[in-house]
Design a binder for this molecule. Sequence first.
Ligand SMILES: Nc1ncnc2c1ncn2[C@@H]1O[C@H](COP(=O)(O)OP(=O)(O)O)[C@@H](O)[C@H]1O
Ligand SMILES: Nc1ccn([C@@H]2O[C@H](COP(=O)(O)OP(=O)(O)O)[C@@H](O)[C@H]2O)c(=O)n1
Length: 251
Amino acid sequence: MSATVSATPATVIVAIDGPSGTGKSSTSKAVAAQLGLRYLDTGAQYRAMTWWMLTHGVDVADPAEVAAAADTPRIDSGTDPEAPTISADGADASGPIRTPEVTAAVSAVSAVPEVRARITGLQRSIAASAEGGIVVEGRDIGSTVLPDADLKIFLTAAPEARAARRGGELKSAEGGRPVDLAATRRDLAERDKADSSRKTSPLRKADDAVEVDTTELTLEQVVECVVTLVEKAAQAAKAAAGKPAAKAGQV
Ligand SMILES: Nc1ncnc2c1ncn2[C@@H]1O[C@H](COP(=O)(O)OP(=O)(O)O)[C@@H](O)[C@H]1O
Ligand SMILES: Nc1ccn([C@@H]2O[C@H](COP(=O)(O)OP(=O)(O)O)[C@@H](O)[C@H]2O)c(=O)n1
C-alpha cells in the first residue's frame, strides 16, 4: 500500500476594509461562501465588547474604565459565512450589538488601545487557525491586523449611497417606517471621523490595498470583482510558495 501524504491545504487570507455602508459585510460573506473560506466580522467583535461594557456598568465615556475592563469578557466569533455568530461571555450578542446605543458607543470603545490590543490578538489567532483561508472585514485589517494578507481590498462609496443603503436597513428594522436619511448620513460621517482620527490603528487604506468604489456597482458586481481578485491572489501565493528561496544577493 503506498503512503499518501496530503498537502497542506492552500490558505488564502483576504482583508476587506472600508467605512460603514460600503458593502464590506455583504461582500465578504458572499465571497467567503462562494470560495469555501471562513468569514470574520471584526466590527461585530468591537460591538460585542461595547455591548458587554454597556450592560456591565462600565462608563464607556471613560477610557481608563474601558481599558481596565478590556480583558474581562470572553468574545467568541463563529466564522461560517452562511451563519456567522458572535457572543460575549457565552451570551448571544448578534441582536443587541445592532442597537442604536451600541452603534453610538462603539467608536469610543474601539479607540481605546487596550481594547484594540485584545481584539487584534483574537483576530490574528482566528485567522491563523482558519483552515483553507478566511475573509476578514473591518477598518484596520490590511493596515494593522493582517499586514501580510494575500489580498487587501478597500471598499468605498459616495456618502449618499452609503446613507441610502444604511437607511434601507434601518427602515426594515423599524418595520417599514421611514427613516431620516440626513440624520443617517450625519451619523455615518461622525463615525467615519472618529474611526479615522483615533491614534491607535485608525481606519485607513493600506498602501498595497486595491480600492473598489462600489457607488455604481450592484452587490453582485462587487462580489464578482472581489472573487476574481481573490482567485488571482491565491494563484500568485501558490506560485510564490513553489519558488525556491532566493539566495542572498538575488531578487
Ligand atoms: N453594491 C451595493 N449596492 C447596493 N446595496 C448594497 C451594495 N453593497 C451592499 N449593499 C447593501 O447595503 C447595506 C450595507 O451593507 P454592508 O455589507 O452591511 O456594509 P458595511 O459592512 O460596509 O457596513 C446592506 O443592506 C447591503 O445589502
Ligand atoms: N477592524 C475594526 C472594525 C470595527 N471597528 C469599530 O467598530 C465599529 C462598528 O463596525 P461595523 O463594521 O460593525 O460597522 P458597520 O459598518 O457595520 O456599521 C466601527 O465604527 C469602528 O469604530 C474598528 O475599530 N476596527
